[in-house]
Design a binder for this molecule. Sequence first.
Ligand SMILES: O=C(O)CCC(=O)C(=O)O
Ligand SMILES: [Fe+2]
Length: 333
Amino acid sequence: MSPKFQPQAPGPNRLFCSEDDLKWGDFRDDLSRDGFAIVKGAIPRERADKIADQMYSWLESFDLGFDRNDLSTVHHTKLPVINEKGMCLNYAVTHEDWAWAVRTEPGVISTFEKVYDTHDLIVSFDVVNFGFPNRKDIAPNTPWPHQDQDPAKGGFRCLQGLVNLLPNGPDDGGLIVCKGGHRLSEQFHRDMAWEDRISAWTNEWYGFTDKGMEWLEEHGCKWEKLCAEPGDLLLWDSRTPHYNLSSTTDQPRFCIYTCYMPVTEATQEDLLRKREAFEACVGTTHWPNARHVGSNIAKRDGVEDPHNRLRPLNEPALGERGLKLTGIPYITA
Ligand SMILES: O=C(O)CCC(=O)C(=O)O
Ligand SMILES: [Fe+2]
C-alpha cells in the first residue's frame, strides 16, 4: 500500500546552525547564533488565554479540591500527579483537545516549517507543564542542566519548543538556557569524554555535572532566563544546555511543549510506534519520532492513582493537518 501522502524531505533552506547561515532576518538568526529564540505571539493572545483557562479547568476536573483562585489549594493531594519540574506525564493529558489545539496552531506549525524547510512534519506528544510557585509539599526543583541530544550524535538534529501560556517574568519560573552552548557542544563532549556520566534513561539526554558547568563558564557561556507573554513560542536547539526554574512569585507557569521534526527523519517502525501511542493516548518525550512512549498510569503514594484516566476528558477532533502531524498518514504498510 502506498502512503496517503508522499512526504517531502527538508529543503535546502533547512536550518543547520552553522557559522555561515545567519541570513534569514528573523528568529532563525537568533536560533543559529544563540541556540534559542522567542517567536512573539505565535498564538494570538485571546486563544492563549483560552488554553490557560482550559488547563485550569482540566486540573479542577479531578474534583480533588484544587481551586485556581486559591493558591493554598496547590497541594499534591488536591491535584493530579505533577512532578517537581511542573510536569504532568499521565492521565492522557497530552491528547486533551486543548493540547492538540496548541500543536495545530498555524503560527506554531509555520515556525517549524521554516526551520526545516518542509511542510511534512510530525509532532511530539510531549508532557504538559503546570508549574506552581513556592511548592513546599513536593521535592524542590533543584537545577538539572542538560541537553536533550545524544552527545555521540553531533550537529543540529532537533528543535525543541514550548508555548508559554501565562505571563512569565524573570522570577515566574520557566526556561533557562545557556547562550551559545549549542555551538560548543561537539568540543564540550570531546573535552569532557573522560568524565563519568550522570545516569540517564535515554541516550538522548545528557546531564551537565559541576565540572561540565565550569567548562561552560570557562568558555564564556552565560545562562539566561527567558521571559515571555501568553502565546509566545520559545525555541531551543536540543544541544543547548537548559533546565527550568520554579516560580518564586505568586505567578504560576503553564506551558505546552511542542516539538516537530521532518517525517522523513522517522522510520516506518517509528511511525508505527507513534500510531500506537496516539491510539493508546499516551505520551512521548519531546522527540517526535516516538523512540520512547509513556504510560497513563500515574502512581500516587506508590500505588496506582485511583484518578487515572486512559483517555482525555475532551477528545481532540483532528483535521487533516493534525492527523498528518501524528505521522499516521505517512505509514506505508
Ligand atoms: O520546562 C522547561 O522549560 C524545560 C523542560 C525541559 O528541559 C525538558 O522537558 O527537557
Ligand atoms: Fe530539556
